[in-house]
Ligand binder design. Structure first.
Ligand SMILES: CC[C@@H](C(=O)O)C(=O)SCCNC(=O)CCNC(=O)[C@H](O)C(C)(C)COP(=O)(O)OP(=O)(O)OC[C@H]1O[C@@H](n2cnc3c(N)ncnc32)[C@H](O)[C@@H]1OP(=O)(O)O
Length: 305
């Protein structure tokens, strides 16, 4: 395994809300001596674990992006190379001003089987574990905070890191053949990509403990019942097409309005009360009197059932 370091530091223009949240995240990490922030190039060794790809298509007319995990020979396991591509894609999506929604899915009838075990077997020391964990924490936290309505479309298994990844979108929809399974404890570890924290916030303490300790598979019916998934895709439908139709109810408005709504919710979920109220006011002022607001006032919008 060829590991290497580089001093190249990527410069990214971070939007205001993200800046505040990143600042808050780094503070927490530093104060608890958790994983080092990965902007120091310490993650570049990931590129030595190749194979697979993460593909992105963006439609500027509809504002919909589709992200595809593309490593079907390994059931869309995530290689080091794919981790780097995923981070680049998230950075790209952050800057996509016309974007409204993102669908995340896997190629073939599998969502994702987590980290590539061929890579995991070669990085069992704590340094590499810590760096990979920090890198994926950052990437998936930023994915979660994107100013887009995001949905994971799960067909087949979402296992280990794949189960974690699906918690980093706003919604999850599942086919009848899908299941979500946090197998980490069965592998002698705990979730390392932020999925344990997100799962606990999604389904509550008792259910998260049940799912993480047992490593049992969650069916689509159970996932919907506990609020982990939001819809079951009817059998016989193309997964991405069905998900595209499903998400449209959230993306009828102009991009700046869809994005402002998401920003308000991210602030409400992650900031202190004072900070979140201030952020909400800022988002309000940004859209007040804008094209969508003017249009709605001109057409005298009514909202009868
Ligand atoms: C820090 C990361 C950590 C986390 O946070 O959770 C992880 O993600 S660790 C990885 C956790 N994932 C797993 O343990 C999944 C292991 N895979 C399986 O249990 C099974 O493959 C399956 C998902 C139950 C499917 O079984 P089946 O339908 O019988 O297919 P195969 O087992 O034959 O798989 C086909 C093919 O795919 C390869 N594969 C599957 N998963 C991975 C993986 N995670 N990494 C690398 N390769 C994977 C599998 O080895 C087969 O390849 P061949 O042997 O070449 O045929």
């Amino acid at each position: 395994m060829a590991l290497f370091c580089s001093s190249i530091i990527k410069r990214v223009v971070v939007p205001k809300l993200t800046r505040k949240l990143v600042g808050c995240h780094l503070h927490t990490c530093a104060s608890r001596h958790a994983a080092a922030p990965p902007d120091d190039g310490s993650h570049l060794w990931l590129s030595s674990f190749g194979g697979g790809a993460v593909d992105l298509t963006k439609d500027d007319v509809s504002g919909l992006a589709v992200l595809t995990l593309n490593n079907p020979e390994r059931l869309n396991a995530v290689t080091g190379n794919m981790m780097l591509q995923l981070a680049d894609i998230v950075n790209d999506l952050k800057e996509w001003k016309g974007g409204k929604a993102l669908i995340v899915h896997g190629k073939g009838h599998t969502f994702c089987t987590g980290a590539d075990l061929n890579m995991v077997r070669n990085m069992l020391d704590s340094k590499h574990g810590r760096e990979m964990c920090a890198f994926m924490h950052k990437t998936l936290t930023e994915l979660h905070r994107l100013p887009l309505i995001s949905v994971t479309a799960i067909d087949g298994p979402a296992i280990g890191g794949g189960a974690e990844l699906c918690t980093a979108t706003d919604f999850r929809v599942m086919t009848e053949q899908a299941h979500i399974r946090f197998v980490q404890a069965l592998l002698g570890i705990v979730p390392g990509w932020g999925g344990g924290t997100r799962l606990t916030r999604l389904v509550g303490r008792t259910r998260a403990l049940d799912l993480l300790s047992s490593g049992r598979a969650i069916s689509p019916e159970e996932a919907v019942e506990m609020g982990l998934a939001n819809w079951m895709i009817p059998t016989g439908h193309d997964v991405v097409e069905a998900t595209t139709d499903w998400v449209q109810k959230y993306t009828k408005g102009k991009p700046e309005v869809v994005r402002a709504v998401k920003n308000v919710v991210v602030a409400g979920a992650e900031m202190s009360l004072e900070e979140s109220l201030a952020e909400e006011a800022e988002q309000f002022v940004n859209v007040w009197g804008g094209p969508a607001h003017q249009e709605a006032m001109l057409r005298n919008a009514r909202h009868k059932k």
